[in-house]
Design a protein. Structure first.
Length: 622
């Protein structure tokens, strides 16, 4: 049947409808209390439709529908279908997987807390999403300090004879060695969940009772540990802004609109105190009203949320949606959930504050977009200056660092879209070159980088390696060598031996900042105020910084190992493990016998020898 013929048979029941384009792709998903009335409203004259609906209907070739028993069921199905298909004309959050969460692995015998970007229904509990990676790392770091859950990744572990170093530095309670009773560990996990849910007041009461119990049992050391936990948590509570002394758990949601985008801000209020906030940039909002945008956001955001507050304050909501969304959320939470649009008083002031923050966040996002656009302009300018066929999306710069040929290392710094991609940086310890020979060292590192990249690409193509495991499979659009003609010639020779062609390569000499290109007798001299030159200088400086820091690290370890050779009973294996566990001589000198004994390969006798040696060394210096 044609869409027009299908309209005659639409039921007057709640459900979900889907529009598909000529290729069968779902381009819009909606829900309705009456499918008959709602879907027919799309087939009016074009003059009666909004710009967005006119665009939708110009692409829609067919529709289908699914009948549900209630509007709440339709709402849940709509949210699931939007998440699965990401239709072009639906308002949508960025993909859930792109946001970091804190996951508490309640599905494991001894749960742990870690950062993840994948939401999996495996029994774990997720807290978030966090739109700033820094915020989630700060929260996890604080958790590890307050609640020493295990951090090892094993779901099940065999009982060990002694705990790891984390136990001795009080960052783990040692469940693998039976150092803590299971019930006490799980109690700590419940406290972690309370903390992440923002229920610090309840957590303080629990910890206070435990401290008092420990004190009555004369377990003063345990009581002191809980006292320190309480102090840290109370410090956090004092820094939190009090919104209302009588308020319970609330989320306050408001939005700000730009020309092409929209920002929704959520404030998290627990027990009347503002715990934090997150911003979300929405796509596909052109032509939609404020109420429509916020309604779509609330459906998608709370569809994936583990914690739902008892009250949600919003600045706008579509008429008729408040009751059905409240019923849906109450079903998820297991208790009553109220959605309110404040018009006066403290709650209205709170919503206005959220909206003001949303506007500031939107302006910040627009500035970020302008910065990205400027970065694209820099790349285009660089391509013109160097005669490249296209802007270099991925640039790699290589540098060599050594002191009189000792501990020679190389670095690879990576810029993508004109910005540093530190997770792509790589470092190399030169293996085949003796003495201070920068040319030979550069040839080695270029050969190793591109031969490894070619091998990984072949393994990925044959399915033997995943792109996530590979480290060098991405090929650059531009290679910069830190140095002049000599370093450039060595790098070019390595690439020619490997048969690598088509990748532009230049040498960037210091001081005069001249660019040398293969086959060109005269260097390229970019203007000193050129944005293209500034971009290359930043890339070169990053490569130099990364190489020097690695060289210093190796030199420190070499000095540490040579000093450890003077200690009787500390052989090569123990020296290596100590150097791996401690970054400096000062760190080993400040470690206790118990911490040293926990290092793999060490025992108490050897630890005492090390502690005694450093004790005498420091006293001699003093």
């Amino acid at each position: 049947m044609t869409p027009e013929e299908k309209l005659k048979y639409l039921p007057d029941k709640p459900g979900v409808y889907l529009f598909r384009d000529a290729g069968g792709i779902i381009i819009y998903v909606g829900k309705a209390l009456s499918l008959k009335n709602r879907v027919r409203s799309y087939f009016q004259s074009a003059a009666a439709l909004s710009v967005k609906v006119r665009s939708l209907m110009s692409r829609a070739a067919d529709f289908e529908y699914i009948v549900t028993d209630s509007e709440v069921e339709a709402l849940i199905l709509e949210a699931n279908l939007i998440k699965e298909h990401r239709p072009r004309y639906n308002v949508s959050l960025r993909d859930d997987k792109s946001y970091p969460y804190i996951k508490v692995t309640l599905n494991e015998e001894y749960p742990r807390a870690h950062i993840t970007r994948r939401l999996v229904k495996d029994g774990g509990r997720y807290y978030g999403p966090y739109t700033r990676a820094g915020a989630v790392h700060e929260t996890l770091s604080l958790l590890k300090r307050l609640f020493p859950l295990r951090s090892c990744k094993q779901k099940e572990f065999a009982i060990k004879s002694r705990p790891c170093l984390n136990y001795h530095i009080k960052r783990c309670t040692g469940p693998c060695c039976g150092m803590i009773e299971k019930e006490n560990y799980l109690s700590m996990v419940r406290e972690v969940c309370l903390f992440l849910e923002g229920k610090q007041e309840e957590l303080v009461k629990r910890l206070t009772r435990r401290m008092e119990d420990a004190s009555e049992k004369l377990e003063f050391e345990r009581a002191a540990e809980i006292r320190d936990q309480l102090r840290s948590i109370k410090d956090i509570l004092e820094k939190q802004k009090v919104i209302s002394s009588g308020a319970g758990d609330q989320d306050a949601v408001a939005m700000a609109r730009g020309v092409d985008d929209c920002c929704v801000m959520v404030f998290f209020i627990r027990n009347g105190k503002l715990l934090g906030r997150e911003r979300f940039i929405l796509n596909g909002t052109q032509g939609d009203g404020r109420a429509e945008v916020l309604t779509a956001f609330i459906k998608q955001y709370y569809h994936r949320a583990d914690f739902i507050p008892s009250e949600i304050l919003v600045s706008d909501l579509e008429p008729g949606e408040m009751e059905v969304i409240s019923s849906w959320l109450a079903g998820k939470k297991g208790s009553r959930v109220q959605i309110k649009i404040p018009v006066r008083g403290e709650k209205k002031q709170l919503i206005d504050m959220v909206a003001k923050n949303a506007l500031l966040a939107l302006e910040e996002a627009q500035l970020e977009r302008i910065a990205r656009r400027d970065g694209q302009e820099e790349l285009a300018l660089l391509a013109r200056e160097l005669g490249l066929e296209k802007p270099p999306y991925r640039m790699e710069c290589f540098d060599i660092s050594n002191i009189q040929g000792a501990e020679t290392v190389a670095s690879m710094a990576v810029f993508q879209e004109g910005k540093p991609s530190s997770d792509q940086y790589r470092r190399f310890k030169i293996k085949t070159v003796q003495g201070p020979d920068d040319f030979a060292s550069m040839k080695e590192v270029i050969r190793r980088r591109f031969s490894r990249g070619r091998e990984e690409k072949e393994l990925i193509d044959t399915g033997q390696l995943s792109s996530r495991q590979a480290k060098f499979h991405r090929m650059p659009d531009l290679v910069i060598i830190d140095g002049g003609k000599g370093q450039l010639s060595a790098a070019l020779e390595a690439m020619e031996e490997l048969g690598i062609a088509g990748i532009p390569i230049f040498g960037l000499a210091k001081e005069e900042e001249l660019l040398f290109a293969p086959g060109r007798p005269e260097p390229i001299r970019l203007p000193r105020d050129s944005r293209a030159l500034y971009l290359l200088q930043r890339l070169r400086d990053e490569a130099h910084r990364f190489a020097v820091s690695y060289h210093r690290q190796l030199r420190t370890k070499r000095n540490l190992k040579s000093l450890l050779e003077e200690i009787e009973g500390i052989g090569e294996v123990r020296r290596r493990e100590l150097a791996r566990a401690y970054p400096s001589i000062e760190a080993i000198g400040g470690a206790s016998v118990e911490e040293l004994a926990a290092v793999p390969g060490m025992n108490r006798r050897a630890a005492e020898a090390v502690a005694r040696f450093f004790s005498f060394s420091y006293s001699d210096k003093n």
